[in-house]
Design a protein around this ligand. Structure first.
Ligand code: FAD
Ligand code: NAP
Length: 549
């Protein structure tokens, strides 16, 4: 970790905000191109998501060999992943290794939160300030601030009254938490909760899960990686990466997928008879992981088709969960499968068969308030559940949250918050008109959170570098997205989302989890392959929709 001295008016070619996957790769590319850069990071070390989310059970849901950088064949060769889905400590070690291997830490200032980024039109330069008193200038600013980096404080009455320890999954204590002998409550049943609940249940004396909306979850079928299999995969790494970038399996990995198995992908979930349908679903279920969403091509377009696959998952839940009433409460019915992020779990549903685990259905018994000692329920149950510790797995202000916390001012002093008051607007999710030379890695309007994010991050970082090279070749100092191109792209993103079932869930993709946030479907839902083609077309067309000056 490098605390370093304060920057006082220092000038860099680029300033990067954030030192997760995106910030690290961006700084590596700039370094390689001989540019100077400064990275500011709120955390005390690199890692981003994997620095903050240290809750028990945290691991990736894209396969390890796919959820890793592809820019360096040497790095690919030398790093050994141990499991199909790497744990948080392993991913954090990997990112630490990347920082050391490419000597990236010397450009990073840790424990610095960027507070302002203001554009000076005359100087064609950004000035960035931090809460540590830094002030630095650069012609280019790259926001690598993360899509899921601002934990959400839920609006629950009395939350501040709880006098015993409480923990946010997204800001977990570094020293870990021992729940042995304790009565623990978990609020939330999204991916973070679904990963942590089985492990907390093993440790705690009693665990109460407070569920407002059930989530669909598929088994991870995690296992240690076979070194022989890894060697063979690495032999063919370039081809795997190529397929991932094209969007096969959204780049979530292809551990157990042989090309022949793709043949069983159904064109429509409504076509096969019951036996064939069951067989195909079972085959995908047994593969494990997010691949399950590929079981039928029309699943994300056709409600009936989706419902048929959802029924299969409901049957799976009932098979595992012994108490029929609990099983019913765990079956999601209020939105189509896949329209909220599909969870990938290890023994999640089976955890409800344990004697020390209780599921509270907040639809029937909402939380009335948090008291000093526990959770007071209203409705049918009406009782108070006393707790020694409370875990808040309540999600994030996704995609725009981290950007909204920075006072970003572009041309004419206009703020990004004002510009995005009715929802985010960006060209290709990559640049915002009126904010020249400012890039948003995996920003709203790009596939981003709907993809294996490392793939999307690498693509955007490479696009930034191509854009800077284009500026140089044109002798330009400024690049900006055109307002008209931006409008067209935003309309296209909405049109694509509307053609799917994605808007039928009150998901964080739509900002529905944050009170008052405009309901706009933020990621681009056409897939990473299509998006890559669009970007390549834009570049081939002389950077259509961008102005260089
Ligand atoms: P981040 O890793 O979020 O890093 C952004 C960094 O910016 C943070 O460290 C933050 O402190 C810093 N920052 C933000 N604002 C400021 C500021 N104003 N000043 C200074 N620093 C700032 N994606 C997948 O594809 N597969 C997965 O399996 C997967 N699992 C996930 C599990 C969890 C628990 C979570 C929360 C997310 C997961 N994601 C997953 C999404 C994950 O966020 C991305 O995969 C990826 O790690 C994002 O990298 P990033 O560098 O873009 O952002
Ligand atoms: P999330 O999916 O947004 O889940 C938050 C949960 O908290 C939901 O169940 C939500 O219920 C509940 N909640 C929020 N406010 C509440 C309130 N006031 N009262 C009761 N319940 C409340 O957040 P997350 O689990 O942290 O996951 C966010 C994203 O991070 C994921 O979708 C995924 O992209 C990523 N992630 C990935 C992994 C992985 O597997 N690798 C793990 C963790 C996170 P409602 O649904 O009713 O709002």
């Amino acid at each position: 970790m490098t605390e370093g001295t304060r920057d006082e008016g220092a000038r860099f070619d680029a300033i990067i905000v954030g030192a997760g996957f995106a910030g690290l790769y961006m700084s590596q590319r700039l370094r390689e191109a001989g540019k100077t850069c400064r990275v500011y990071e709120t955390g005390a070390d690199v890692g981003g998501t994997w620095y903050w989310n240290r809750y028990p059970g945290a691991r990736c849901d894209a396969e390890s060999l796919a959820y890793s950088f592809s820019f360096s064949p040497e790095l690919e060769r030398e790093w050994e992943w141990s499991e199909r889905y790497a744990t948080q400590p392993e991913i954090l070690r990997y990112l630490g290794h990347v920082a050391d291997r490419f000597d990236l830490r010397r450009d990073i200032r840790f424990e610095r939160r960027v507070e302002t980024a203001h554009y000076d039109e005359a100087a064609r330069e950004w000035t960035v300030t931090t809460d540590g008193g830094d002030s630095a200038r650069a012609s280019v600013v790259v926001m690598a601030t993360g899509c899921l980096s601002v934990p959400l404080v839920p609006q629950i009455a009395g939350l501040g009254d709880f006098s015993r320890p409480h923990y946010y999954t997204g800001a977990w204590p570094h020293e870990g938490v021992d729940f042995s002998g304790q009565r623990v409550g978990v609020i939330g049943t999204g991916s973070s909760a679904i990963q942590s609940i089985p492990i907390i249940a093993e440790q705690a004396d009693q665990l109460t899960v407070f569920q407002r909306t059930p989530n669909f979850s598929v088994p991870a079928h995690n296992h240690p990686l076979d070194p022989k299999w890894v060697a063979a995969f690495k032999e063919n790494y370039r081809e795997h990466r190529r397929l991932h970038r094209l969007g096969l399996a959204s780049g979530f990995g292809d551990l157990d997928i042989e090309p022949k198995e793709f043949e069983s992908l159904l064109t429509s979930a409504l076509e096969p008879d019951e036996a064939d349908f069951e067989k195909t679903c079972e085959q995908f279920w047994q593969m494990g992981g997010a691949m399950f969403l590929r079981v039928a091509e029309d699943m994300m377009m056709n409600e009936e088709a989706n419902a048929r696959v959802a029924d299969f998952v409901h049957r799976k839940i009932r098979e595992v969960v012994k108490d029929p009433e609990t099983a019913e409460v765990l079956c999601p019915r209020s939105y189509p499968l896949g329209t909220k992020r599909l969870c990938v779990d290890i023994d999640y549903y089976a955890t409800y068969n344990r004697d020390n685990v209780r599921l509270v259905d907040l639809q029937k018994s909402p939380i009335e308030r948090i008291s000093e000692t526990g959770v007071q329920l209203g409705g049918a149950a009406g009782d108070e559940i006393e707790l020694d510790a409370l875990v808040l797995a309540t999600g994030f202000d996704a995609m725009t949250g981290a950007l909204a916390k920075i006072d970003i001012r572009g041309v004419g002093g206009g703020t990004l918050c004002d510009k995005w008051a009715a929802g985010p607007r960006a060209y290709l999710g990559f640049m915002v008109s009126d904010f020249p030379n400012l890039f948003t890695i995996t920003g709203p309007g790009s596939p981003s959170v709907l993809s294996n994010m490392v793939i999307s991050i690498e693509q955007h970082v490479d696009l930034v570098m191509d854009c800077l090279a284009e500026m140089e070749s044109r002798g330009a100092k400024v690049v900006a997205a055109d307002g008209e191109a931006e409008e067209g792209w935003v309309a296209h993103v909405n049109e694509v989302a509307s053609a799917t079932l994605m808007e039928k869930a009150g998901s964080w993709y739509l900002g529905a989890n944050v009170p008052g946030k405009p309901r706009v479907f933020m990621p681009y839902a056409a897939g990473v392959g299509v998006y890559r083609e669009v970007c390549e077309g834009v570049v081939a067309d002389g950077w259509r929709g961008f102005s260089f000056a």
